[in-house]
Design a protein around this ligand. Structure first.
Ligand code: AMP
Ligand code: MG
Length: 521
């Protein structure tokens, strides 16, 4: 199907129904010291529709990240102004920005979905080398059946999880703030609107490439690939690997970053929930937080997205799904790579790379890492760390042990030599004891203090459990935003002790397992 057939000719949109500015549009103001640039805009109208965000009545701050403000170069005073609030709500144009909604396509739940695009997002431009995008900022030509809005609930979840992932050392888009409004938004029930300001070096997705490949728009495909290479993967221009083919090298680099990201997700127990190709970042960033979940009980088959009936995106399937998505990207890049063997070679690097990174992360969680080796121990015993790990994961799954609490307690047990709190987590104590004997033997090659320090820095005390998010959201609906601020503070430093917030590191309440998060956001 062509863009014309869908009535979505982007060029046409740019010229005739350009922007929905209100009749008395406010003039753009230069209200911050930010110097704006617009590289993506300069790609030209084949890649987007230029349009301003829709106005959001009577906005108020819901949450703000000072760390992201600082990264952008906003001063503390600028970060709090009403002008900035109005600008990030979509009510006040910012001089120097060139707002736009980009067009992409993608595979959703394994099926080709055709044209998608920023249906409720608006890229303002970039500041300090970071793109700034409003999510929930109103209708665009790509809104399809949607209303262009995002609700407070999902916006708080995205804001907190972006910063939580960053705090965990996992590549992610960031979030500057959430702005709320009392404007009604209809979902299963009536909710209120909010806008998240997202920040990333780029919001380009696998789906951007699929879009032009599917339409056989090869010159646009090449423009996009060259743009991504020159801005984000310059080494691909001169790489000698893969016959010095820059596009195959791009695929190789994206494959590597995706493998690293997946290794981190699996190690920390993060379920994304909607790994469609339009939700896969070309930079290997975790992007588009929807029905995500950090595991409570360890369950490899866990499905966090209530809409995902078949469990395509179940926790343990995520690494394979990412590989599937990389195949879709490779398919889109084929007209540029031109050599199937090279593309396959790039894709084949995924599994070994994922395995290597995942093992490294998991062994660090166990304290079994070179960084913790005992000094002067020359001849290491021959061990099978892989089976130690997989046997442990089987035990955790069998007894549905709380994933985060297990690792944190194990870290403290190695520090204190007190094993009871870990043993208490298991139903099958003899099985745990047998595993623990093997673990203790292996651990004897390591310095206990160093191993414990490594473990405490590898096993977070705080993750954004669904129920914690729900409590903060419920309070925020009543205009109490302190829960959002408290969680942000914890999740920015999830490996630290925060004695005043001990309860948030405990077991989830019984009702947590009944929370249902769907694609509705
Ligand atoms: P997601 O599954 O959230 O990544 O969204 C898939 C597609 O639907 C993207 O193109 C989104 O921009 C679009 N979309 C999701 N929610 C809305 C909405 N409320 N209004 C308009 N477009 C939306
Ligand atoms: Mg998306």
């Amino acid at each position: 199907m062509t863009l014309h057939a869908l009535g979505l000719n982007t060029t046409q949109h740019n010229s005739s129904m350009n922007v929905r500015l209100p009749t008395h549009a406010p003039l753009p103001v230069k209200h911050t010291s930010l110097a704006w640039d617009n590289h993506f805009y300069r790609l030209g109208p084949d890649f987007y529709t230029a349009l301003a965000p829709s106005a959001l009545p009577a906005p108020y701050w819901v949450g703000r990240s000072q760390a992201v403000a600082k990264q952008l170069g906003l001063t503390a005073e600028e970060d709090e102004t009403d002008t900035l609030l109005q600008a990030l709500a979509g009510n006040q144009p910012i001089s120097g920005t060139q707002p736009l909604a980009s067009v992409y396509s993608g595979h959703q739940f394994g099926q080709w979905a055709g044209q998608l695009g920023d249906g409720r997002a608006c890229l303002l431009g970039e500041a300090n080398g970071l793109e700034v995008q409003l999510k929930g900022s109103g209708l665009t030509p790509y809104s399809r059946m949607g209303d262009g809005r995002a609700v407070l609930r999902s916006s708080i979840r995205e804001f907190l999880c972006s910063e939580a992932m960053h705090g965990l050392g996992i590549a992610t888009t960031r979030a500057l703030c959430v702005v709320g409004s009392d404007e009604d938004v209809a979902r299963e029930s009536l909710e209120t609107a909010a806008v998240v300001t997202r920040v990333a070096p780029s919001f380009i997705r696998f789906g951007h490439f699929e879009h032009f490949a599917a339409r056989n728009q090869l010159s646009q495909l090449k423009t996009l690939a060259n743009y991504v290479i020159s801005r984000y993967y310059p080494a691909c221009q001169t790489a000698r690997t893969l016959n010095a083919n820059p596009y195959a090298n791009l695929l190789l680099q994206v494959t590597e970053r995706t493998a690293v990201m997946l290794a981190h997700w699996q190690a920390v127990g993060f379920c994304h929930g909607v790994m469609n190709t339009d939700n896969m970042s070309i930079l290997g960033l975790t992007i588009d937080y929807g029905p995500f979940q950090f595991l409570d009980a360890y369950d490899p088959g866990h499905i966090c997205n209530h809409t995902d009936r078949g469990g395509r995106y179940a926790f343990a399937r995520q690494p394979d799904i990412a590989h599937w998505n990389l195949y879709a990207l490779a398919q889109a890049l084929m007209p540029l790579i031109e050599d199937q063997a090279l593309a396959l070679q790039a894709l084949d690097s995924y599994k070994p790379s994922f395995e290597r990174h995942w093992q490294q992360l998991m062994l660090a969680k166990l304290g079994l890492s070179d960084a913790a080796k005992r000094d002067g121990l020359e001849n290491q015993p021959v061990t099978d760390d892989a089976s130690l790990l997989t046997d442990l994961l089987s035990l955790l799954a069998q007894d549905r042990v709380d994933y985060t609490i297990f690792w944190r307690r194990l870290s403290h047990a190695v520090a204190s030599q007190q094993l009871e709190p870990v043993r208490d987590l298991f139903l099958d104590r003899p099985a745990f004891d047998a595993w623990q004997t093997r673990y203790a033997e292996r651990l004897s090659a390591f310095d206990p203090a160093r191993a414990a320090a490594l473990m405490l820095a590898s096993n977070p005390k705080y993750v954004l459990r669904n129920y914690l998010g729900e409590l903060a959201i419920e309070a925020a609906k009543g205009k109490d935003f302190s829960g959002v601020a408290d969680l942000l503070m914890l999740l920015e430093r999830p490996f630290d002790e925060h004695p005043e917030h001990e309860a948030k590191a405990g077991f989830p309440p019984e009702w947590a397992s009944r929370i249902e998060i769907s694609c509705s956001s």
